[in-house]
Design a protein around this ligand. Structure first.
Ligand code: MRU
Length: 348
């Protein structure tokens, strides 16, 4: 399995996703501050992976604390959580993981736990989140595999794979599960400008699994759909609002519109930790603006003239009306999502 992030006694070890696929190297974050940097610089990326990384960041902060008691650690705990929460604004998994740690810490304080107990429990919670994430990917893979054709082309955008989770992947988990069940899937991976998660990461991890994959430039999808090469689209998500509107990598919205025009089902696969019932619609989802340099330069080479205006939103919002199903570990939901999401939240 691809070691996206691994807890070690020295700290959290991340595969460096800024260097793949040409170099397989690792970064060891030994403090919570280093974990925050690793998230900002996208050494680790992808909503579920960011959430679990932040959880381990909180664990590192607790373990490295020199406070005399759990109570004295409280202000430091707040500072650690604030630093990690300030890294990337769109993926709700980050805030979900930090809120889960805050709830645990409050419970431990109320029970007069010692700092050592707090350290142990917080690390155990991060480990639990790690295991739950892989289990969720496997479960949504099983639900999603049913929806894919027995044979044909499946387009994906960005990287919602093992590298974006603790393992197996969300959208790529659905594809993996379909292939494991004997479906003959050919993946078309959008290159995903400007960070090239599709060309670099999706292609790398699918090739490692021997799943037939073709990388296409982002502007080629319409033409391939028209030629009948794409039978389904499956993407991940960074935040799903209560009405089903879905924030995912910039360019996902384009793909959804193209899929609708060509009568191709467009699926979103995400764990329940990506669902944000407190946000009513996609309009309220904060969209991260990334540094202009990601657009102006590629691998250190300048592509654009000095001083030109640059816009670099990392995500867009696909309105719920384009989504054929939201595939989660609890089941594959159908529209109207306001109802199906609420119902699933209540029964689970
Ligand atoms: O900017 P990134 O690479 O973190 O964006 C990642 C995506 O948009 C993924 O599709 C999403 O986080 C789902 S990952 C399972």
């Amino acid at each position: 399995m691809i070691p996206t992030l691994t807890w070690t006694p020295e700290g959290v070890r991340f595969i460096d996703q800024t260097r793949l696929p040409l170099e397989e190297s690792y970064v060891l974050a030994t403090t919570y501050d280093e974990v925050a940097d690793v998230i900002v610089t996208m050494v680790v990326r992808g909503a579920p992976a960011i959430g679990v990384s932040a959880a381990y960041g909180v664990a590192l902060g607790a373990i490295r604390s020199k406070a005399e008691s759990a109570e004295r650690f409280a202000p430091e705990f707040e500072k650690i959580c604030a630093r990690l929460a300030g890294t990337r604004p769109t993926a709700v998994n980050l805030f979900w993981a930090i809120d889960r740690m805050k709830a645990l810490f409050a419970k431990l304080l109320a029970a007069n736990a010692t700092l050592v107990q707090v350290q142990e429990k917080i690390l155990a919670e991060a480990n639990a989140m790690y295991d739950e994430d892989i289990a969720a990917c496997k479960a949504m893979g099983a639900f999603g595999a049913e929806l894919l054709p027995d044979e044909g082309g499946v387009l994906t955008h960005c990287n919602a794979g093992a590298l974006a989770t603790c393992g197996y992947g969300t959208a790529l988990g659905v594809i993996r599960a379909a292939v494991e069940r004997g479906k003959r899937i050919h993946v078309y991976a959008d290159e995903t400008r400007p960070f090239l998660q599709g060309a670099r990461l999706t292609a790398w991890e699918l090739m490692a699994d021997g799943i037939p994959t073709t990388v296409i430039c982002d502007n080629m999808a319409a033409s391939l759909m028209r030629q009948g090469k794409i039978q389904a689209v499956v993407v991940g998500a960074d935040r799903i609002a209560a009405n089903g509107d879905t924030a995912n990598k910039i360019g996902t919205y384009n793909v959804a519109i193209l899929a609708r025009e060509h009568g191709i089902p467009f699926y979103v696969a995400a764990p329940w930790s990506t669902i944000d019932l407190a946000t009513a619609t996609g309009d309220a989802i904060p969209i991260e603006e990334r540094p202009a340099r990601e657009v102006t330069h590629h691998a250190g080479t300048q592509l654009t003239p000095n001083g030109v205006g640059i816009c670099n939103p990392a995500f867009d919002v696909t309105p719920a009306k384009y989504i054929a199903s939201i595939i989660t570990e609890r089941g594959a939901l159908r529209a109207p999502y306001t109802e199906s999401l609420k119902e699933m939240e209540m029964v689970s």
